[in-house]
Design a protein around this ligand. Structure first.
Ligand SMILES: Cc1cc2nc3c(=O)[nH]c(=O)nc-3n(C[C@H](O)[C@H](O)[C@H](O)COP(=O)(O)O)c2cc1C
Length: 339
């Protein structure tokens, strides 16, 4: 059914459809009868799916990746689709409009998207207010810096986000890997990353309730940078890594939109993202928490990511191409794999 709906949705601009879907899902959730039917249809509950990691108990390992619910307006409504957790953001201290539109492009032949949104969001105060409705669903906050903040002052932006949202969410994703904020990815270098992590970890340790801090990394770093990150992770006691964000590389794409600037997600990102996860798992050992994201379009992709070393999985582009049923299909596949 979603394939037919997708044909219609894909006739319109991607960002407009995102806004339209958001409103539709909100309306659906306001009709208790429909909400009940949908959540019964999509939710898969089984002990096999449960994960205890990062000091949290996940009902299943499938999460909605950052970027879909930038302002924490949707996380409760989206829980009807059976996600085990949802990451909101990226949120920056001050509201910002992001890059000029048009800034999301579909590459249908490649089952992917290119986006250059540039952290459009309503800012920390609005997001914090929206998070006051949080119930039992695990919600992470993906935090970043404003586009006009120079890198040497960027650490304060991250710290502001961490401190304001500290009581509102279950974990934090420190986003240093969006390709659409100038120089942001320089934070992969030790000289910037070390003071950033030290400051955030130090703040976190002083709070009454400790919140796991995960670093969201780019697939475009070389092995030296990855090794530096691994060393820092161990040295400073970072809680986990999310691998990976979108890529700026463009390898063997067919679609007309392939030369649009921005971060590429979906199918073409899968292999590189899995490669990074495999390296992380190999070097950080069996118990280090890794969230795998990038190119999960089918249940088989999810299983491959887990085999590569991911404890939990997130998706974004797969949700756009396959519809909400993808979460149920993955969870069912994980159950039958274990039976
Ligand atoms: C339209 C769009 C917006 C995104 N916005 C963010 C964001 O704000 N912060 C972030 O960390 N990642 C963002 N991402 C990256 C996703 O969270 C994810 O890491 C990436 O898309 C790879 O997963 P996928 O192949 O399942 O889409 C965005 C991705 C897309 C497609």
């Amino acid at each position: 059914m979603y394939k037919v709906l997708r044909k219609i949705l894909f006739l319109f601009d991607a960002e407009q459809i995102h806004e339209f879907s958001t409103i539709s899902i909100k309306i659906l959730n306001k009709i208790p009868y429909l909400k009940n039917i949908l959540s019964k249809f999509y939710r898969v509950e089984n002990k096999i799916l449960e994960r205890k990691i990062l000091g949290l108990k996940f009902k299943n390992p499938i999460g909605l990746a950052a970027g879909f619910d930038k302002n924490a307006e949707l996380y409760n409504d989206f829980s009807i689709f059976g996600f085990g957790f949802i990451e909101i953001g990226t949120v920056t201290p001050l509201p910002q409009p992001g890059n000029p539109k048009k800034r999301i492009f579909r590459l249908v032949e490649d089952k992917s998207l290119i986006n250059r949104l540039g952290f459009n969001n309503k800012g920390l105060d609005v997001v914090s207010k929206n998070l006051k409705n949080k119930g039992n669903l695990i919600v992470g906050a993906n935090i970043g810096k404003n586009f006009f903040t120079e890198n040497n002052e960027g650490i304060d932006d991250y710290l502001k986000c961490l401190s304001v949202l500290h009581n509102d969410v279950d974990y934090f994703a420190i986003n240093i890997s969006s390709p659409n904020t100038k120089n942001l990815r320089d934070f992969h270098n030790q000289e910037l990353l070390k003071p950033l992590l030290e400051k955030l970890i130090n703040y976190n340790q002083k709070q009454k309730k400790y919140k796991p801090l995960l670093l969201k990394i780019s697939p475009d770093i070389d092995e030296d940078q990855l090794n530096q990150i691994i060393n820092l992770t161990t040295e400073l006691g970072l809680d986990g890594i999310i691998a990976t964000n979108t890529t700026i590389s463009r390898i063997s794409l067919k679609s007309n939109n392939k030369n649009e600037k921005g971060g590429l997600s979906g199918e073409p990102l899968k292999e590189r993202s899995n490669e990074v996860i495999r390296l992380l798992r190999k070097k950080l050992g069996p118990n280090f928490p890794i969230i795998g994201v990038g190119g999960v379009m089918t249940p088989e992709d999810a299983i491959e990511k887990i085999k590569s070393g991911a404890d939990l999985i997130q998706l974004y582009t797969g949700f756009v191409y396959e519809g909400p049923n993808i979460v149920k299909r993955i969870n069912k596949a994980l159950i039958s794999q274990n039976n």
